[in-house]
Design a protein around this ligand. Structure first.
Ligand SMILES: Cc1ncc(COP(=O)(O)O)c(C=O)c1O
Ligand SMILES: N[C@@H](CCCC[NH3+])C(=O)O
Length: 430
């Protein structure tokens, strides 16, 4: 479901013209659609309807308070990876008791904060971590709810940098060692309460097969852990991929259709494939989607500053760089780029869309055919709602962009653009 579409020659987010937002608020600018987020949550929730389930949205994908508040109001829980993310969830009105705490390197302060706030579960990724949580919990007089993350050694067939469920990845404990570890937790770590088992094999999966392979492999183990230790939940992690090549409302027609392809993975297909394996467990099933929930719900608006016709290439130099959206640089991420004002002709030209950062890797697209645009025109980088702003930085001392949430006719600035003073805050001459 997408809420971005061309209407009378202009690109809209729900009922709001993106050109007007760019003119009013400046660029680079992130714009999110509340209807898309709500639609995605509702669809996944319905697809898992047969199970006792909880959607724990992976906050790292997009942690804007307004996004978190939207999901909290829909009844969602949250998968967090730091004290900072938990702090955000609480500030946004989310419920700590619906939070799972993931990550391989939790610190003492983070463990204490999570226990004090009463998170649903801490998902531990090593035996050393379990022992440390046990120690910290004892010191503060708490019993820590824990799950162990299993590394099922299944290939998620996604980009190498976002594969997490193979033996060579740093995540989780080997499948073969899980039962022994639970045994030691039960016998030797009195301040831990065994609450569940968790897995997550990777991000941006575009086929249901690796999910099914992992679920089929891990379910018998879950059953055994349940029988021995009486756990409450099994979390199947996140990872549902989105279609980066079809980011506009499907009713649209235009040059971008040529780039469209049917996404092989839908939530319905996902649920149909995994639910039959999960239902017999009789456990609460957690799901931790990040990108699926927000990826197609956000765009990054940018302005064409200059055109440079080089000997080998034509560059469109825009005002958004890799510090605003690092996915193309880091993962060869492909994001559709389209003008905010529909071009008068179908003509396209092959260009590199590059940012102002002093790095050769600073590009939003390379060798890409886009419609003819001139200096001063605005472009939208689509499907930028996940791992966009959350991975942005102040590299080259560039202020972080503003974020806007659109809800029907209403556009609200949900994070202000940083000023240079903001960027330098806390910094001192020795
Ligand atoms: C433990 C865990 N859960 C959930 C997610 C969310 O992943 P995605 O955004 O691909 O759904 C991640 C990131 O890959 C993760 O590491
Ligand atoms: N940041 C990655 C996804 C990482 C998933 C985190 N566990 C991306 O944009 O594709």
């Amino acid at each position: 479901m997408h809420s971005f579409r061309y209407t009378q020659g202009e690109l809209f987010a729900e009922n709001v013209s993106l050109q007007s937002l760019a003119e009013q608020h400046g660029t680079p600018l992130y714009v999110y659609s509340k209807a898309t987020i709500t639609g995605h949550f509702t669809r996944l929730d319905a697809a898992l309807g047969q199970l006792d389930h909880l959607i724990c949205y992976a906050v790292k994908a997009n942690s804007n308070l307004a996004v978190l508040s939207t999901i909290a109001k829909l009844g969602g829980g949250f998968d967090i990876v730091s004290a900072g993310e938990l702090y955000r969830v609480i500030k946004a009105g989310g419920d700590a008791s619906k939070c799972t705490f993931a990550g391989v390197g939790k610190t003492r302060d983070e463990i204490v904060y999570a226990l004090e706030q009463g998170v649903y579960c801490i998902n531990a990724e090593s035996e050393a971590e379990l022992r440390y949580i046990n120690q910290v919990a004892g010191e503060i007089g708490k019993k820590a709810p824990v799950a162990v993350r299993v590394n099922p050694n299944v290939d998620a067939k996604t980009h190498a940098k976002i594969t997490t469920g193979k033996s060579e990845n740093k995540f989780g404990i080997e499948f073969e060692n899980i039962l022994e570890v639970y045994g030691r937790v039960a016998a030797e770590m009195p301040n831990l309460q065994i609450k569940g088992l968790q897995m997550h094999i990777g991000s941006q999966l575009t086929s249901v097969d690796p999910f099914v392979e992992a679920v089929k492999k891990v379910v018998p183990l879950v059953q055994e852990v349940k029988d021995k230790y009486g756990i409450q939940f099994f979390s199947i992690g996140g990872g549902i991929g989105i279609n980066y090549k079809q980011s506009l409302d499907s009713g649209d027609e235009g040059w971008w259709q040529e780039n469209s392809e049917v996404h092989p993975l839908t939530v319905q297909a996902y649920a149909e494939a995994v639910v039959p394996h999960l239902a017999p467990l009789g456990l609460r099933i957690l799901c931790e989607p990040g990108r699926f929930m927000v990826g197609n719900a956000g765009v990054l608006l940018t302005k064409v500053l200059y055109e440079k016709r080089g000997a080998a290439k034509t560059f469109k130099i825009v005002d958004a760089g890799m510090n605003d959206l690092i996915r193309p640089t880091l993962y060869e991420g492909w994001h559709m780029i389209t003008p905010l004002k529909q071009p008068a002709t179908d003509a396209v030209e092959k260009v590199d869309v590059v940012g102002p950062i002093c790095e050769t890797g600073d590009f939003l697209a390379q060798n890409r055919e886009i419609p003819l645009v001139n200096e001063g025109d605005y472009l939208a980088v689509l499907s930028a709602g996940a791992y966009g702003f959350t991975m942005a930085s102040n590299y080259n001392t560039r202020p972080m962009p503003a974020e806007i949430l659109v809800d029907g006719d209403k556009a609200t600035v949900v994070r202000e653009r940083q000023t240079l003073e903001d960027v330098l805050k806390g910094e001192h001459i020795a």
